[in-house]
Design a protein around this ligand. Structure first.
Ligand code: ADP
Ligand code: ZN
Length: 731
């Protein structure tokens, strides 16, 4: 009944829906039949839901009750490659298939008939009476050379009111017609731009081009200091991919990055690519989704979820700043986009380029082991050299209470101000102060729903919980002893540092960059562009500034607390600190002036601080790798985090203990379970949290063992269990 992926009318088929059910449901193929992978609408109880034809039906229940597919949606069927990717990614992350399908259908109105919009183009008669305004409209349309515009676009471009355009329509000088809204993206020309590459860059680009041209799977770690031209090089790989007639995907960790990146793509290929991230409107999402499926989008630039788009022929995935922690999705489906990129590419015969100045230890180890091809750019482009890095030993600095800029750092900043250069002060803490304490009774204000302190955000005049987002106005009186005006901030956040900097350098123009100071991604983009053009003398920023922005006038980076990341018990604390500080320091001296990075630290002898300063990366990675190997943790062993939560503390612990006791399925594959233990943040949003950690040897079949292990436990009441394969955070 199934001929080459086609089901005739009435055939029994299995449909995967986006509804939270644990199986593929049986239906009958509709009138006219349907393809394997077709997007369909099916009845489920009283509702109509979205689904995909996943294969033959199982026929394991009452055949007389099997209902028919309502209709096949107007979208190209899902390709076998994407179906297989969803299957494997679901199995790897232990995610139910309906949730995987939701990831792949995150665009509204997929099944709607093509929506139309009214557009205007040049007519074939001249208007009887020509006015200036009318002439401008006709000129704009002539310049468009056959392309059409909406009423609003046309009126704006010509600088006239819409009634002028309407008047021209009446005379037949302008034609009004309906055209589909979801139009292909402008064609990109792989042979257009392109800078003259240095010898180093040339060699790397040629190697990537050859790999892309081979149309087979492979992963390359493209390592190069910030500013060495990694982007220029991987754009050559994109060019080759486009020349092959295949599609390319570039993943970026932070949408604020895309403004600069899109401009570079436009300069290189003559047009803008499709964008996919949380800032894209619903209408544009649908256009991107459809065009990716139909081949009307050659290049997509996006956030991690772009990996689940229905590419017609994906030939290359670039993961820029591959070490970035934002590639790991931390709620809902817990996946790491870097690893999933490798998985998808291996299924669709595509190349992967992982680009970074400070690769993750995982990728470093894969390259060492020969699983990944390695390319390295060793020098910065042009005159730019890596910044001088020095420690400021805070034990020897004389600082007044509640201030964080040491005299040494302040002198360096003053020097830049005098020379009209930019400085950046980096502190990885949002808000004004991490702790608010009552001077009368010592009470620290905490969140009512979480085991976390409320963080003062003076900018919005509120206390905010960084765990659950709950916020409230800053109280006048202590909530515990009711003493008035005795609440005091303790410790620095980015806002407080900005206050200190402004007091110390009153004439400097300050810019504060922290994720919660911008209402929208667009506002943040605008601010970053303005800073790059010299709109500020002193930048005060959190982690947000570490992510690849280009500030050509910046010559000094001051790290306020280089020790901050070293305190955690996190297995990746050293790696993270190393990457973050190297990245931030890399912001300095990117153009023709050399840069300096100063690290304020109380422990200049700490091995991680020394490794950062010496720049001896290979040494740092090898030492770190040795420790992880000895401990049997990733990338030399496997980990899975189990997070249990409930409003009832007793219930979570009971479940945790029961899991720990009945660990036979784990022991069978050589895995061990640790815990249960209260999570470092033991309560979030009123839910008590308990963690278990499963550790397994590298080659062990961990996922099936985990599935067997948890299967007998039914989650009662509001108990929840999340399984995090390869956990990145342990909070
Ligand atoms: P990375 O991605 O490694 O940080 P980029 O590709 O962003 O480096 O390059 C840093 C800067 O140097 C960019 O402004 C880029 O346009 C410029 N650049 C790099 N290589 C060249 C080249 N061969 N010719 C001209 N400009 C270059
Ligand atoms: Zn909270």
């Amino acid at each position: 009944m199934q001929t080459q992926g086609y089901f005739d009318q009435g055939a029994l088929i299995g449909v995967l829906t986006t509804q939270p059910l644990d199986r593929v449901l049986d239906y009958r193929a509709p009138e006219g039949g349907c393809h394997l992978g077709a997007f369909v609408e099916v009845p489920l109880g009283p509702r109509k839901v979205l689904g995909v034809v996943w294969g033959e039906g199982r026929g394991d229940w009452d055949l007389s009750r099997v209902r028919s597919v309502i209709r096949v949606l107007d979208a190209p069927p899902m390709r076998a490659e994407l179906m297989s990717f969803l299957d494997k990614a679901g199995a790897y992350t232990l995610t139910p298939m309906p949730a995987m399908l939701r990831l792949a259908t995150r665009a509204p109105g997929l099944g709607d008939p093509p929506s139309m919009r009214r557009v205007y183009r040049l007519g074939d008669t001249e208007p009887v009476r020509m006015t200036d305004a009318r002439r401008r409209v006709l000129e704009v349309l002539r310049d468009m050379g056959g392309l059409s515009l909406t009423l609003k676009e046309l009126a704006e471009a010509a600088g006239v009111t819409t009634s002028v355009v309407k008047g021209l329509v009446k005379h037949g000088a302008v034609r009004e017609e309906d055209s589909p809204r979801d139009t292909p993206f402008p064609a990109l020309d792989p042979d257009l731009g392109g800078k003259t590459l240095t010898e180093d860059q040339q060699a790397a680009a040629a190697s990537l081009r050859a790999r892309v041209a081979a149309r087979r799977y492979g992963t390359t770690l493209l390592k190069g200091v910030t500013g060495s031209g990694k982007t220029e090089v991987y754009l050559e790989a994109v060019a080759e991919c486009l020349a092959q007639g295949r599609q390319a995907l570039v993943l970026l960790p932070e949408i604020a990055l895309t403004a600069e990146f899109l401009t570079r793509v436009e300069a290189r290929f003559g047009a803008r690519p499709a964008e996919w991230h949380s800032g894209v409107t619903m209408t544009d999402r649908r256009r991107v989704w459809k065009m990716v499926a139909q081949g009307g989008a050659q290049l997509v630039v996006g956030a991690r979820s772009a990996l689940f788009l229905p590419f017609r022929d994906l030939g290359l995935i670039v993961v820029d700043e591959e070490h970035d922690t934002s590639y790991k999705q931390e709620d809902g489906v817990l996946y790491n986009a870097r690893d999933m990129a490798v998985l998808r590419a291996s299924i669709c015969d595509a190349q992967v380029v992982l680009a970074s100045a400070t690769p993750s230890l995982e990728s470093w180890a894969n390259a060492e082991a020969g699983k990944y091809h390695r390319l390295e750019l060793t020098s910065r482009f042009g005159a730019a050299v890596l910044p001088d890095m020095r420690a400021i030993d805070m034990r020897a600095e004389d600082l007044p209470a509640s201030s964080w800029i040491s005299p040494t750092l302040a002198r360096a900043v003053q020097q830049r101000l005098d020379r009209k250069e930019q400085s950046l002060l980096f502190i990885n803490r949002r808000g004004y102060a991490p702790v608010t304490i009552c001077r009368a009774c010592g009470h620290q204000i905490g969140c009512d729903h979480c085991d976390a302190r409320m963080v003062e955000h003076r900018f919005v005049k509120r206390l905010v919980c960084h765990q659950c987002g709950e916020s409230r106005p800053l109280p006048q009186a202590c909530p515990s002893c009711e003493a008035e005006d005795r609440l005091a901030p303790v410790g620095p956040g980015v806002e407080r540092l900005a206050e200190e900097a402004q007091a110390r350098f009153p004439d400097a123009r300050l810019a504060v960059l922290s994720s919660d100071m911008f209402g929208s991604a667009r506002a943040l983009k605008a601010e970053i562009e303005s800073i790059a053009l010299g709109g500020a003398d002193l930048i005060i920023g959190t982690q947000l500034v570490a992510k690849g922005h280009n500030f050509p006038l910046l010559t000094l980076v001051g790290v306020i607390d280089a020790d901050l990341g070293l305190q955690g018990s996190d297995l990746r604390a050293a790696e993270r600190t190393f990457q973050l500080i190297r990245q931030v320091a890399g912001r300095a001296g990117r153009a023709d002036k050399s840069g300096e990075a100063l690290l304020q630290t109380f422990q200049p002898e700490h091995p991680v601080i020394r490794a950062i300063l010496s720049g001896d990366e290979q040494n740092f990675w090898s030492a770190e790798a040795e420790e992880r190997r000895a401990a049997g943790v990733p990338p030399y062993g496997r980990l899975a985090g189990i997070i249990l939560s409930s409003t009832n503390a007793q219930e979570v612990f009971d479940l945790g203990n029961a899991l720990a006791r009945q660990d036979a399925p784990l022991r069978r594959v050589g895995a061990q379970v640790f815990g249960p233990a209260p999570a470092p943040i033991a309560r979030v949003r009123g839910r008590h949290r308990v963690r278990l950690l499963v550790k397994a040897p590298k080659g062990a079949p961990l996922q099936p063992a985990l599935a067997d292990w948890v299967a007998p436990f039914k989650l009662k009441g509001d108990l929840r269990m999340a399984i995090d394969i390869d956990p990145q955070s342990f909070f």
